[in-house]
Ligand binder design. Structure first.
Ligand code: C5P
Length: 217
């Protein structure tokens, strides 16, 4: 049976997060930012917590607060969002994400985000592994340069220091790692719609994908 899920997969900084939030608001669906979950995993790993403890702590202490503009992550009562959004945490998440234990530990947590009302899930393997039965699968991509520019502005807006060349290099490295790993590599699901947003504005991507959601509810 097909699930009331829209999956949005694609490389780093392709605009998945913003598209996911907009579509979730439009459809009145819940949302899963799976990259953020991988970053939470990396955050706990950096605190030297064991792989058995981490999933339990995620379920006990971590909460995601969504609003139209952003996602806020609370560890108990502490807001850890900006730490999670740093390039350092992205790198650590990317490293850990190629390990089978990490992916196994996060699989059921991710699936639990799906409740009756419907879900928009963004990440790398939402359509291929986590929600293969999703009604709509989108693969969102853009050139490395455009993605680096978007990430640069995003990090700057968050008040973080960024070096453009280093950012391009980081994104390239992460793309390579994400798409060549054996487990859940970043590839479009066979039944996905591939959207290259290099020459599209956020509004154009949104209006195109809104049309794809017709009949999903
Ligand atoms: O999307 P975001 O940049 O926040 O993801 C951080 C890292 O987590 C990615 O580089 C990727 O290695 C990993 N990830 C993953 N599978 C997902 C989501 C994220 O492997 N579904």
């Amino acid at each position: 049976m097909k699930l009331n899920v829209v999956t949005i997969d694609g490389p780093s900084a392709s605009g998945k997060g913003s598209l996911a939030r907009n579509l979730a608001e439009y459809l009145h669906f819940s949302i899963l930012d799976s990259g953020l979950l991988y970053r939470v995993y990396a955050y706990f790993h950096n605190l030297n917590l064991g792989t058995e403890e981490i999933p339990l702590l995620i379920q006990k202490d971590i909460s995601f607060k969504f609003n139209h503009k952003d996602v806020i992550v609370l560890n108990d009562q502490e807001d850890i969002t900006s730490e999670l959004r740093s390039e350092k945490m992205a790198k650590k998440a990317s490293e850990l994400s190629s390990l089978p234990t990490t992916r196994e530990n996060l699989l059921s947590i991710q699936r639990n985000f799906y409740q009756n009302k419907g879900l928009v899930a963004d990440g790398r393997d939402m359509g291929t592994v986590v929600f293969p039965e999703a009604k709509l699968k989108i693969f969102l991509t853009a050139s490395v340069e455009i993605r680096a520019e978007r990430r640069y502005l995003e990090l700057q807006n968050r008040g973080q220091e960024v070096n453009m060349l280093a950012l391009i290099e980081d994104i390239k490295q992460r793309d390579l790692k994400d798409s060549t790993r054996t487990l859940s590599p970043l590839i479009p699901a066979e039944d996905s719609v591939v959207v290259d947003s290099s020459d599209m504005s956020i509004e154009e991507v949104l209006s195109f994908t809104k049309k794809l959601t017709k009949g999903i509810k």
